[in-house]
Design a protein around this ligand. Structure first.
Ligand SMILES: [Mg+2]
Length: 215
């Protein structure tokens, strides 16, 4: 039963589906970024995830989830420029910590992954919650865990996390930018969601879809 947890190989396949969804979202993400930034967020994300997918295909079959995440983060950082490259790269690398000996990645592991990603992202981005960044969507997903039981099945946990990240990403439209390039816009960034937050929601939604399709 996949709802009890997934293997490292399945986790890797799930990231492949994420890369596919990110690629499909490229123009939407570019358009969101064009409203408050330089319009390249979709390109950056597509390049980063294409590099991850390519690199993961070269890893040995028994690579652990920790290795998969750490390699993915390093490759993402190398393949992309700008703040998001460093922040999401560091988030992925940090996310792998503590999952070394996990044989079945279940609901508890999903929560620890997200929490570790948040602290890694905060350090890398020097951003706080409410600063209109990717961290706001991530935090929304973490908060969703307090609303359902630890024993919940992984498919459902991904579904709820994805939904919460989408709501939280939308909510960044009501925040003025405080960090990064868009901070120069201040209140003029109001009404536009943060492209990084939307990307994070797309990532979790793709993971949730993969779970549903595979269950
Ligand atoms: Mg940009």
């Amino acid at each position: 039963m996949i709802g009890q947890g997934i293997s490292a190989a399945q986790f890797r396949a799930m990231l492949g589906h994420v890369a596919h969804r990110i690629e499909e979202s490229e123009s939407r993400l570019n358009a969101l970024d064009a409203a408050i930034g330089d319009g390249d967020h979709g390109i950056t994300m597509r390049l980063g995830f294409a590099a991850i997918e390519q690199h993961l295909s070269t890893l040995s079959e028994d690579a652990s989830i920790t290795e998969i995440l750490q390699e993915s983060g390093a490759v993402f950082m190398d393949a992309t420029g700008g703040a998001i490259g460093v922040i999401l790269g560091r988030m992925l690398m940090a996310g792998g910590k503590g999952l070394d000996h996990v044989e079945a990645f279940g609901t508890a592991e999903l929560k620890s992954l997200l929490v570790a990603m948040e602290s890694g992202g905060m350090k890398a981005g020097k951003a706080q919650l409410g600063d209109k960044t990717i961290l706001d969507a991530l935090h929304g997903a973490i908060e969703a865990f307090s609303r359902f039981p630890k024993t919940d099945c992984l498919t459902r946990a991904f579904e709820r996390a994805a939904e919460a990240a989408e709501v939280a990403a939308e909510r960044t439209a009501s925040m003025p930018s405080r960090v990064g390039r868009a901070s120069r816009l201040g209140d003029r960034s109001l009404g536009h969601p943060d492209p990084g937050a939307v990307s994070f929601a797309i990532i979790l939604r793709a993971m949730s879809e993969w779970m549903q399709q595979t269950s």
